[in-house]
Design a protein. Structure first.
Length: 316
């Protein structure tokens, strides 16, 4: 007989967490330490849950979610008020850690929430580092332009400032790299993204920080979120040219630059770009279509935890 789908609720506290597996009614408590994390991973590998549900507990849940996400277990982090309302509606008014875990597994089974993008307390710091990197590059460009017309005495000062800015840029790049390597799940996702021809460290970091939903949404939704989905511009019988707009500008800018590289070195994107040009499409239209295709490929790679493969890319 085929194994039933299993739904897991985990109630997380500072020092321990309680696990309830449904429909087995299996209960277990783990200490919130390395041994406990290894223990719950072994349990999850045994039961192979359809979904794991936890409450947002002000940060205590984040390490546990990262461990599960690194092993590709589907996790949903739910607002505590939703869980309390669900418990009241189903008549479960008593409250202990073990009972709360059972309520969460019931919530998972009955409501089937969508798995969450990985919550990570360091994402805001990573976004700030990326923003600072962009500022440093802009300042270096501005100083280089000033140097062209400045008197010789000022040129020496500008050169010194440029050298200082370049040292800060290198320090920021080193900080970004350390940031990614410090998180097992981000490191794993970074390795998958960078296995794609055309995707470098900066693009990968931008995707991880600014588009955390990558790998958890369908192709249309992720394209719209990044701002590379074509939008209709029609009125009555008039049909306007489809354009892209909205979305997350930082992601779109990063995609544009890496797609330029991919049209030369990524076999799938290169073939698509050349095919569109031969069909008479303007270069920018062809490039935009390649941006969307590349994003869809990256989304599928993270969804399946699969490094770059030309065969896999052709199916996207």
């Amino acid at each position: 007989m085929e194994n039933p789908a299993r739904y897991v609720g985990i109630d997380v506290s500072k020092d321990h967490f309680d696990v309830h597996v449904r429909p087995d009614d299996r209960k277990q408590r783990f200490n919130y330490d390395n041994d406990g994390l290894q223990g719950v991973l072994s349990l999850m590998k045994e039961v192979r849950p359809q979904l794991i549900v936890m409450e947002a507990t002000g940060g205590y849940e984040q390490r546990l979610v990262a461990v599960f996400a690194a092993q590709a277990f589907p996790v949903a982090v739910i607002n505590a008020k939703r869980v309390r309302d669900f418990a009241k509606a189903t008549g479960k008014l008593a409250k202990t850690d073990r009972l709360d875990a059972a309520v969460l597994s019931d919530f998972a089974d009955k409501l089937r929430p969508e798995p969450s993008a990985l919550p990570d307390e360091s994402r805001e710091e990573l976004k700030a580092l990326l923003a600072r990197r962009r500022q440093l590059i802009d300042m270096i460009t501005a100083e280089n332009n000033r140097q062209l017309t400045a008197p010789k005495a000022i040129q020496r000062e500008i050169r010194a400032h440029i050298e200082w800015l370049r040292r800060r840029l290198k320090k920021t790049d080193d900080d970004l790299t350390r940031h990614i390597k410090a998180s097992p799940i981000w490191k794993a996702k970074d390795q998958i993204l960078q296995s794609t021809p055309g995707i470098g460290p900066t693009t990968s970091m931008t995707m991880l920080a600014v588009l955390p939903e990558l790998g958890s949404l369908n192709r249309r939704t992720i394209a719209a979120l990044a701002g590379v989905a074509p939008m209709n511009r029609d009125s009555g019988k008039w049909r306007g040219r489809r354009t892209i707009q909205g979305g997350r500008t930082t992601v779109r800018n990063a995609l544009f630059m890496c797609t330029l590289v991919a049209t030369k070195f990524n076999p799938t994107i290169k073939a698509l770009y050349q095919r569109l040009l031969l069909a008479g499409k303007p270069k920018m239209v062809a490039l935009t279509a390649c941006m969307r295709k590349l994003l869809i490929i990256l989304n599928a790679m993270l969804k399946t935890n699969t490094p770059w493969s030309e065969d896999h890319a052709k199916k996207c």
